[in-house]
Design a protein around this ligand. Sequence first.
Ligand code: NAD
Ligand code: ZN
Length: 398
Amino acid sequence: MKAVCWMGTEKMSVETVPDPRILNPRDAIVRITSTCICGSDLHLYDGYIPTMEQGDIMGHEFMGEVMEVGSGVDQGKLKVGDRVVVPFTIACGNCFFCQHQLWSLCDNTNPNAWIAEKMMGYSPSGLFGYTHMMGGYAGGQAQYARVPCADVGPLKIPGGLPDEKVVFLSDIFPTGYMAAENCNIQQGDTVAIWGCGPVAQFAIRSAFMLGAEQVIAIDRVPERLQMARDGGAQTINFEEDSVVDVLKDVTGNRGPDSCMDAVGMEASGHSLFFATDRAKQALRIKMDRAEVLRQCIRACRKGGTVSIPGVYAGFVDNIPFGAAMNKGLTFKMGQTHMMRYMRPLLERVERGEIDPSFVISHRVPIDRAPEMYRVFRDKLDRCTKVVLDPWADGASGA
Ligand code: NAD
Ligand code: ZN
């Protein structure tokens, strides 16, 4: 089959690799019909998260048709022929964490838990296509994928809904929604969201669903700022204005009730701390550029909440923790607990409350994935989200 393989920093390649097979009784094989490039994949593309190996198959946002199920899969839950969206987190369904709906913290799905334990104390769940530290699972930017614990994660999709409307249930719609839920929004609140990437776009719309009165979104890319305004947000261009000052002004000197970092470890910026981050990251001494997290802590009102869907990988420094402590801030973060949100959000799509396809700028054959990584990272060609078609003829255009 064809698959997008990580061959080194900034080197993606579409390779012909062996088709996946059932390895465990609870596995399923899915024939993928749509698969996306995520902001999280850019951290791997840019080489900032360790334990990738040459030839690893990328991708964690995919959907398709079940071709085969193992003998241990509960056929009442999943059977051959079902059309499914597959969540990016892999969860066993039985452990303490799964029982508590903390799906991205499953105790049983990372066979390389020892690597994560060395760095983090305990290991989160396994993830598709996201380093050996997170399980070394082959990802879904391919024609087929092996889906472990297949009777827990995949969500059946009724016919009639096109892939474009449901594929983002695999990650960024639930991620934006959980990030908004983590803001602890009360009626009438002001929420500030850093980043207007795909995750932030869903966070903006989710914040309104959860009762925010005002959402202020921050970025510098014109078409992304426009998309945020289309979703009802006011916007700040961080190249033109001092973000923390503007937020203070527009909230009557009090500050936003919650601040969301939907940017993560590859933030841009202008401060001295940012320059230090960048130098250390270039030398691979540090993994993260935490400019946005710093701004969130500074801008947030006293007693407010900082929600962090943006991915961080390592040991972040120069965090104003004294400010966080003395202002009594609450922090909420994490990889998304996907299975809490997929079905209720599918129901919103079915009811026509939201059409997630608004975020797509490019739908291209998988053969063009290597070039699209660069286009998405560098925000070329007004790129906001790339959906790859694993079966289309590579010669055809966007
Ligand atoms: P993206 O890279 O497309 O978007 C990031 C945006 O942040 C860009 O538009 C960029 O211009 C903007 N930005 C950079 N510096 C900024 C600054 N100083 N202030 C304001 N905006 C700034 O990525 P995405 O797909 O939207 O993902 C966003 C983050 O969410 C990534 O870190 C990704 O890894 C993470 N993510 C987390 C989860 C989860 O489960 N927690 C799931 C998916 C993605
Ligand atoms: Zn993703």
